[in-house]
Design a binder for this molecule. Sequence first.
Ligand code: TRP
Length: 337
Amino acid sequence: MNKAIVLTGITTTGTPHLGNYVGAIRPAIAASKEASVLPFYFLADYHALIKCQEPARVQQSSFEIAATWLALGLDTDNAVFYRQSDVPEIMELTWILTCVASKGLMNRAHAYKAAVADNEHTGENDPDKGITMGLFSYPVLMAADILMFKANKVPVGKDQIQHIEMARDIAARFNHIYGSHFVLPEAVIEEHGATLTGLDGRKMSKSYQNTIPLFEPEKKLRKLINKIVTNSLLPGEPKTTEGCTLFSIYQAFASPDEVAQMRENYAHGMGWGDMKKILFEYLNDHLAPARERYEALLQRPEHIEEQLQEGAKKARAVSVPFLQEIRKSVGIHRISS
Ligand code: TRP
C-alpha cells in the first residue's frame, strides 16, 4: 500500500495550549495511528528564530512541545517525529530552493506584507524597518521542510495556506528547470479540528495572551477557567450557547450527547458559576492522565532526546540520499570520470 505522506511542523516558541490541542495536535495524533498514513511531524526550531531571539525560550519550548506530543500518545513507531535542526539537509535544500524562488513571490507573502503595513501605519520612512531576511524568506525554508519528504498533504491553519501554495510554486519551477524531482504538496485544513475561543472571548491565540496552557496544573487550571469572560445573565435566566467561550471549550471535549444535554442546561438557566465548575472538572478529568505522563517526561529529558534522535535517524534515511539526488540534478557533485 502506498501511504500518504502527511507532514506538519510546530514552531517552537511557546507552550502548547488548549486551542493548539483541539485544532492541531489531537487530529495529528489521531492520524499518527492510521495505517494508510506516514506522518512526518517536526519541531520547527529554525523557524522559531524568526520570531524569537531568546535562546532559553526556544530551547524550553522544543522540550515542552516534544514532551506534549509524546505524553498525548503520538505513535512514534509509525510517525517520524524529529527536530528540524537535526536534519541539516533541510538547510542545504533551503539554499538550493532560494535560488529558484522568485523574489516577487516572497514580496507577496502575508507575513512580510503585514510587517511592512505595520511600518507604514506608524509613519516609518523605511518600510522594511526591523524586518529580517529570516522573516522575508521564511516561505522558502518552509518549502524545504515540505519538499524534502515528498509530502502529499500538509495540515495547517488557514494562515499558512499561502505558504503551501508557494511551496508548490517553487517545486514546479525547480521541476521545470531541473527535471521532475519534487512532489507538489496540498494543504489540508483540519476538518476535525475546532477553533477555540480564549479567556477574553477572542480566538485562543498566543498573540492575544488569552490562552489556557494544555497541561496547566490543576489549581491554575481552575483559576484560569474562573477567569473566562461571560455575559452578565443571572442564574435562572435562559442562556444561549452561541458565542459562549465556556460552551465552546466544553463542546471540543464532550460527546455529542453531553453537548446536547448542556444546551438544555443553558436553556434552563444554568448559572455561570456552575458551568465553570463543570467545565473545570470535565477538562481536568480528561487531561489528568496525559498531564501526569507529561510531568514524568519532563523529569526525563534524556528519554525525550532519545526519541528525537530516533526520529532524526529515520528522517535522515530519507533526506541524505534525496539531497544527494537534488545536488546532482543542479550540478553540484564530485568530479567523476
Ligand atoms: N510555519 C508554520 C506555522 O507557523 C510551522 C511550519 C514550519 C510548518 N514548517 C512547516 C507547517 C512545514 C507545515 C509544514 O504554523
